[in-house]
Every structure is written in structure tokens, then in C-alpha cells.
Write a protein that binds this ligand. Structure first.
Ligand SMILES: C[S@@+](CC[C@H](N)C(=O)[O-])C[C@H]1O[C@@H](n2cnc3c(N)ncnc32)[C@H](O)[C@@H]1O
Length: 273
């Protein structure tokens, strides 16, 4: 397939995003154009569409084709203890004030759940009191998967490497059972996490949190959507609550930046003043 066939103009991209929103109510209009084009090209090649027009027609007519495209757009890549040193820094900060009230935690854009499991493992291992852990993502299929507490065996080596790269000395097998070729987060831990579908684009509808993780999702948004999301998260945080972003993300140029102090610049840990 010649590359020219995969060309997508900004104008046809915008029209397609409008049609998707009208037809399915899913709003990608403020996602980064370069990211969307990459994903659309990937989909076109994978599903062997002759050109962008053919893909648009199929996606608007057939919900199942839209669903496949949606899965492609949502990029559910994640890891257990992704960026191990981030977890060390977060832990260091959390133990500074040992008499704090139990934490209310929100792991947003949690993908298949590994980030929520990691936070839970860290809190349990160090006996850091917490009241609740809410894990959300806008993709209902991935939330369903996350709620099962399963780790794919394919990634276990990588996950154990991440865990080993922390100074936590944490026993993986205290948390996971191995059955039917898969690792399962033990029920006693899994039941401590609540999983829900939630779109970061819209107003928060949850209570006041002490710790929010929103990692590796803002990178897919245009600047004004990033601002809107950060504003929503800021409203959801208690005074002195902690906000954690992904390694390639920053509060630095966001409207809400003056409302935070930076706890760790490299690991993108911020505290609401
Ligand atoms: C690359 S993953 C990041 C997972 C995890 N936070 C981490 O850092 O490993 C991005 C996740 O953001 C979710 N996502 C994308 N747009 C979203 C939105 N508007 N609201 C909530 N989640 C969204 C995707 O479904 C995907 O699971």
C-alpha cells in the first residue's frame, strides 16, 4: 500500500471526528492530531482499507468497526510499577507525615489496572492507611478487565523487573496467586479497589481525594483539553492533596500550575497548596 493512500488531511480528520461524535457520542475532537492520525493509519493498514474515505464510511455505518477503532485509539498499555523510581518518591512523600488521616485515592485512566494494583501493593506493604481506592478508565472493556485483577503472563518478567528496581523489597506472592496460567490479585486485595468507567473530559463526579494518579494519558490530548482535565482533577483534590502525572507530562504550562507546589520534578509529583 503506497503511503499517499494513508494520507489524512487535518480537515478530513476533523470532519470524521465530528461524525464519530454525532454517531457514537465518543469525543476525540480534542485529542492530539498527530496521535489520531498515527492510530488511524495503523487501523487502515490492519483492517486493509483502501483509503481513509473507505475507513470513515465503514466506521460510521458499522458499530463493530467503530468499536475496533475505539480500542485502537484508547492505547491501554501499562505496567505494574511503571517507572519504579516514581513509586519510591511517592512512598517517600507519603511517609513524611505518618499521622495523616487514611488516604482517599483515585487512579484515573487506569487501563488494565496494573497501576491501581501497584499503589495498593505499596500501601499494604508499608502499612500506609487508606480509606478507598477508585480506579477508572473511559474504556468499559478495559475497566472490566482491570476489575478481574489478572496479570498477563507475557508481561510478568517485565513487571517483576520493575518491582525489583524499587527498594521496596516487596513480596509479589503475598499479593498474587497463580492459576490457569495467569496471575490473579488475591480477592482480599482486589475487593479493596472499586472499578468504574469514567471519562476525564467531563466534570468530576467523585468526592475529595488525597491522592490522584493521572499518568500517561494527557500526552494524547491537545493543550486545552489537558487544561480542562487538570482543572477537573484540581477540583477533585483536597487541600494538600497529591497529583501524579506521567514521565512525559507536566503541570508546568497548565493554568492550574500556580495552585501546586512541586514535590518531585522528574517524577511529576505535585501537591495542591
Ligand atoms: C497509556 S494508558 C495509561 C495507563 C496508566 N495510567 C499508566 O500510566 O500505565 C492510557 C489510558 O487512558 C485511557 N483514556 C484515554 N482517554 C481517556 C479519557 N478521556 N478519559 C479516561 N481515560 C482515558 C485509555 O483508555 C488508556 O487506558
Amino acid at each position: 500500500m503506497g503511503n499517499h493512500i494513508l494520507e489524512i488531511s487535518d480537515e478530513s480528520l476533523e470532519l470524521f471526528l465530528e461524525k464519530i461524535f454525532e454517531t457514537y457520542g465518543k469525543d476525540f475532537r480534542k485529542y492530539g492530531k498527530a496521535h489520531l492520525k498515527r492510530r488511524f493509519r495503523h487501523r487502515m493498514a490492519f483492517a486493509k482499507y483502501a483509503n481513509f474515505e473507505e475507513m470513515q464510511e465503514d466506521v460510521i455505518k458499522n458499530e463493530s468497526s467503530f468499536n475496533s477503532l475505539f480500542e485502537d485509539l484508547s492505547i491501554n498499555v501499562t505496567e505494574l510499577f511503571r517507572d519504579p523510581l516514581f513509586y519510591e518518591s511517592l512512598h517517600q512523600f507519603l511517609i513524611q507525615e505518618p499521622d495523616k488521616k487514611p488516604l482517599k485515592i483515585w487512579i484515573s485512566a487506569c487501563a488494565s489496572g496494573e497501576e491501581a494494583y501497584s499503589v495498593l501493593m505499596m500501601l499494604e506493604h508499608f502499612d500506609i492507611p487508606y480509606e478507598s481506592i477508585l480506579a477508572t478508565d473511559f474504556n468499559p472493556i478495559i475497566v472490566e478487565k482491570a476489575s478481574k485483577g489478572i496479570l498477563e503472563t507475557t508481561y510478568i518478567k517485565e513487571f517483576l523487573k520493575n518491582l525489583g528496581a524499587t527498594n521496596f523489597n516487596l513480596d509479589f506472592y503475598k499479593f498474587f496467586d497463580f492459576k490457569n496460567d495467569k496471575y490473579y490479585l488475591k480477592e482480599e486485595f482486589l475487593k479493596k479497589i472499586t472499578f468504574e468507567t469514567h471519562n476525564l473530559m467531563y466534570e468530576h463526579e467523585f468526592g475529595n481525594f488525597d491522592l490522584i494518579l493521572c499518568r500517561n494519558v494527557l500526552i494524547y490530548f491537545e493543550k486545552d483539553l489537558q487544561n480542562q482535565v487538570i482543572n477537573n482533577l484540581t477540583m477533585s483534590l483536597n487541600k494538600e492533596g497529591i497529583l501524579c502525572l506521567g514521565a512525559k507530562e507536566s503541570l508546568r504550562f497548565m493554568d492550574s500550575y500556580p495552585m501546586y507546589r512541586t514535590i518531585h520534578q522528574n517524577h511529576k509529583i505535585y501537591q495542591k497548596k
